[in-house]
Design a protein. Structure first.
Length: 409
């Protein structure tokens, strides 16, 4: 009985429907059957779509919020999410402990009074005025993470609003990294060990805690969030030794455990190619995603790292020997792409693709590691923070405003 009714609902009939006499016309049986089959397929697709939507809503129920609906409908004109061409007119209030970041083509600034996210025209998208003592920003393709360094609080934002916040009771946060997948990790203190790494999923669930007795300096997640690198050190017999521990995030034990004798670790990062770059005070090292060494660049005794920028594009490192400075660039493949001497000391450095930006006392230099071409722009502001947008543009972030610099204009 039920099947007969269902068959009737889908119009699966052996006989055609009766047609009013005034609408009768010659009937083609072949096209009639084709029409009925397409009608049935259409109805089945409607049912599948409905089931899919209901299941998606149940699985992602945490995303169904008033804020997300509000911003979805207010963004129909592509006003917020359109990529910014020149971030030039952003003016903000001076604050203590300022930190800056690019996120989704927008500009974020955080201070003691909270976090603000701006468009190129200076339009304020997010204005989080909850005070935080010592804010730090970390961004990925999916989320913007702000944490209180040496504090207990952290917050997660998307391009529209704050989507998650938490307070790690009785623990301090010392560092963080976030993957393009949305997974993120925090370096924290531990009640049973010296340090711990708390690993969270892209749905803000605490998935795992890795504990170490060594002092963790930095951590790195690859783009997919499937691999975690922990950079730490210990002191044995009056000597500092660095340790690089690489593990899959769904496992407890590391698949690679690398010791660097006599080294103070500084930074580590997975590149877009999946390789890990590690910068220490006395050398630069790179490894494949499986832990095999690619590059081993220990310094001579009188050399030391003074500046470094390590990100998904690679690393740019300035090392000092006496009164001379040298620049070393490592590409995303983990190999050296450029080495040169610097004529003047650098105050900060940044790498993006094949471009390296060097901030000196009176000018900013852009070096192309492929063509070896250099060009420069005069600029002198001791408090400006260099923030890279792309291979030709950067932002100079000052206490109350931003200056956009384009080397191709």
């Amino acid at each position: 009985m039920f099947l007969d009714k269902l068959k009737g609902y889908f119009r699966l009939r052996d006989a055609p429907e009766p047609i009013k006499p005034e609408y009768k016309s010659p009937r083609n049986e072949y096209y009639g059957r084709v029409s009925e089959r397409f009608s049935t397929a259409q109805m089945i697709l409607y049912v599948v779509l409905t089931v899919f939507v209901l299941i998606s809503l149940m699985i992602n129920s945490e995303w169904i919020t008033y804020e997300n609906f509000y911003y979805f409908f207010s963004d129909m004109g592509d006003y917020i999410t359109a990529p910014d061409s020149e971030i030039e007119d952003v003016i903000y209030t001076s604050d203590r402990k300022q930190t800056f970041s690019m996120y989704g083509g927008k500009f974020a600034v955080a201070g003691n009074s909270g976090m603000r996210l701006y468009t190129a025209s200076g339009r304020l998208i997010i204005n989080d005025e909850d005070e935080i003592a010592n804010p730090m920003l970390v961004s990925s393709d999916r989320y913007l993470l702000m944490y209180d360094h040496n504090g207990t609080e952290f917050r997660i934002y998307n391009i529209f609003t704050e989507v998650f916040s938490d307070n790690i009771d009785k623990l301090s946060i010392y560092g963080a990294d976030i993957a393009d997948s949305g997974d993120f990790a925090l370096i924290t203190s531990s009640t049973s060990n010296n340090f711990a790494v708390n690993l969270y999923s892209d749905k803000f669930k605490l998935e795992k805690i890795f504990k170490k007795n060594d002092y963790i300096v930095d951590i790195a997640l690859d783009n997919s969030g499937s691999r975690l690198a922990m950079l730490s050190y210990c002191v044995e017999g009056g000597q500092m030794n660095a340790n690089i521990s690489m593990t899959r995030t769904n496992r407890d034990e590391p698949y690679a455990d690398i010791e660097l004798t006599g080294a103070m670790p500084l930074y580590c990062k997975f590149t877009d190619a999946g390789n890990l770059i590690v910068v220490c005070d006395n050398g630069i090292y790179s490894f494949t995603s499986n832990g095999s060494q690619i590059t081993d660049l220990p310094y001579e005794k009188n050399m030391t790292t003074v500046l470094a920028d390590v990100n998904s594009d690679g690393a740019a490192v300035v090392r000092k020997s006496g009164d001379s400075y040298a620049l070393i660039v490592i590409g995303e493949n983990g190999r050296v792409t450029h080495e040169s001497e610097l004529d003047v000391p650098a105050e900060s450095i940044a790498v993006c693709g094949s471009s390296v930006f060097i901030d000196t006392d009176e000018k900013i230099i852009r070096l192309n590691t492929l063509t070896k071409a250099e060009n420069e722009i005069s600029f002198s502001h001791p408090d400006a923070v260099m923030l890279v947008k792309n291979e030709s543009e950067l932002l100079l972030c000052m206490s109350t405003k931003v200056r956009n610099i384009n080397f191709d204009k």
